[in-house]
Design a protein around this ligand. Structure first.
Ligand code: NAD
Length: 505
């Protein structure tokens, strides 16, 4: 393959020094354990690196702490200028980022080129602007004798932990609001996918963001991850990943009284009312279920279809699923790449195999003959609402469809899992749409679409999907703290309220 034709480069050469980025320098880890980056489309290792140990986390936190006074003390305009340059560097390297993201994740180049990378550039530009809009509420004389105002300040050194499904976008969602608000950060990407997080941090340095503001430690969750969460010099933990690991992270963060932001799992419902545009709903369900091979926390996973449309919806999805082209991520015709790993493929297949005893596998349910971690788009019907395949996050190209009769029933089923990250309602009736958007308990409800995200709007969960917001001005709230400053205006030594202590003396 001519690597340079599609932004390709030699990963081993580029990251020859290692997969830790500390204080603006790439270096090796010190855990004594090696980890591969595997191309999931071929099963071949494309790079191997030494995982970060606790000493690497300590070094990265120290670098972030050293960089903090300078970066927090920069003016909003200076931070904004640097972040605009950051967006320009990323944009100039778009093809390289798309290549590396496709290589380590198996994402079709079409997806990384049209979604992951431009989304990241846009996010960077958004936060470059947002850096100048940090404000506290108005000042005033609320007691009569004092003037109060609110300062908005960075939290300090942020420790962030990210998953493997959108490594570049997750790095962006963690790093950008943190640094826009004047914090410095240590990011721990998933062990399987360090490449674009490292490139992202390097691009920040290249753009003139001072060394130490953005650090990356690539280590195991139990070792580097837990050490980062528990680190006494880390003021805040921001975690995106599974609900199970999120609980563990919360335990550790609570012990050290850290601010915590959790973006956890999802099991998004896709509710189709009987007046919906069937073609739109069928295409929306297929795209919403299969994006990123279903490894998307907001993916459409449970379609509830009102009885009159149910048969036609199932037939339509089955037809489109059977035409999806599964294969080489670097082939422009490929619609669906592999899962992240063979372990994840086997996990997904396990859910489907267990479902055979209680549900119908309409299409898919098999892995094509290939050394890669591929799995065919799988449509499941006939499952009970309380069954595993309806309730658990599968994180693969599997869509379950269930019928409903009344609107009440459809909305109740949509809310009937522990999760609450995203959902969609499909209807041409404005009152039904209004009711669905009010009653579905999720951080995002789409009407007549499913998946689009934009930099200006918040992303985050309800219930077991976590708390706190990524993207948008709301995320800046997570990464700042407000301080009340109060000035005495009387200039008298004996304040009137001192009577509570001195009485009439
Ligand atoms: P995961 O929870 O297994 O791992 C996420 C990260 O946590 C990785 O970097 C991992 O190394 C680290 N980790 C693992 N154990 C740890 C521990 N004990 N302490 C500290 N860190 C630890 O998740 P995953 O399999 O990488 O990603 C898939 C999950 O992420 C899904 O559940 C998905 O829904 C979720 N996700 C959520 C969002 C969101 O915005 N809500 C976005 C993307 C992915």
């Amino acid at each position: 393959m001519d690597l340079s034709a599609n932004g390709g480069f030699d990963v081993r050469e580029r990251f020859a020094e290692g997969a830790q980025y500390v204080g603006g320098t790439l270096r090796g880890g010190t855990s004594g354990r090696s980890h591969p980056v595997v191309d999931p489309a071929t099963g071949e290792s494309v790079y191997a690196y030494e995982l970060a140990g606790t000493a690497d986390v300590d070094a990265a936190v120290a670098a972030a702490a050293r960089a903090l006074p300078g970066w927090a003390g920069a003016t909003p305009g200076e931070r904004s200028d640097a972040m605009h340059r950051f967006a320009a560097v990323l944009s100039g390297r778009a093809a390289e980022f798309a290549y590396a993201e496709s290589l380590q994740c198996g994402k079709p180049l079409r997806l990384t080129t049209e979604f992951d990378v431009p989304g990241t550039v846009d996010n960077t530009a958004f936060f470059a602007g947002a850096a100048r809009h940090l404000e506290g509420r108005a000042a005033g004389e609320y007691s009569g004798d004092h003037t109060s105002y609110v300062r908005r300040e960075p939290v300090g050194v942020v420790g962030s932990i990210a998953p493997w499904n959108y490594p570049l976008q997750m790095a962006a969602w963690k790093v950008l609001p943190a640094i826009a608000a004047g914090n410095t950060i240590v990011l721990k990407p998933a062990e399987l996918t360090p490449l674009t997080s490292l490139m992202f941090a390097q691009a920040a340095t290249e753009a003139g963001i001072p060394a130490g503001v953005v650090n990356v430690v690539t280590g195991a969750g139990k070792e580097a991850g837990e050490h980062l969460v528990g680190h006494p010099d880390v003021a805040m933990t921001s975690f995106t990943g599974s609900t199970a690991v999120g609980r563990r992270v919360a335990e550790i963060a609570t012990a050290t009284v850290k601010r915590l932001h959790l973006e956890l799992g999802g099991k998004a419902p896709f509710v189709v009312f009987d007046d919906a545009d069937l073609e739109a709903a069928v295409h929306g369900a297929v795209a919403g279920a299969l994006i990123n091979t279903g490894q998307d926390c907001t993916a459409a996973t449970r379609a509830y279809v009102q009885r009159p449309l149910y048969d036609a919806f199932v037939a339509g999805v089955a037809d489109l699923f059977s035409g999806i082209r599964v294969g080489d991520p670097f082939d422009a015709k490929t619609d669906l790449g592999p899962l992240i790993s063979h372990a994840q493929r086997d996990r997904v297949a396990g859910f489907v195999e267990r479902a055979r005893s209680y549900a119908t596998i309409v299409t898919g349910g098999e892995a094509p003959a290939s050394p890669g971690a591929f799995y065919r788009p799988t449509l499941v019907t006939g499952a009970a609402q309380d069954s595993e395949i309806v309730q658990s996050e599968i994180f693969g190209p599997v869509l379950v469809v269930l019928p409903f009769d009344s609107d009440d029933e459809g909305l109740a089923l949509a809310n009937d899992t522990p999760y609450g990250l995203a959902a969609s309602a499909w209807t041409r009736d404005v009152f039904r749409a209004g009711r669905a958007t009010r009653e579905i308990k999720a951080g995002c409800v789409w009407v007549n679409d499913h998946i689009p995200i934009i930099s200006e709007m918040p992303h985050g969960g309800y219930r077991a999907s976590g708390y706190g917001k990524d993207m948008s001005a709301y995320s800046l709230e997570e990464y700042t703290q407000v301080k009340h400053v109060m000035y005495d205006n009387t200039a008298v030594a004996r304040k009137s309220w001192h009577r509570t202590i001195f009485g009439d003396r």
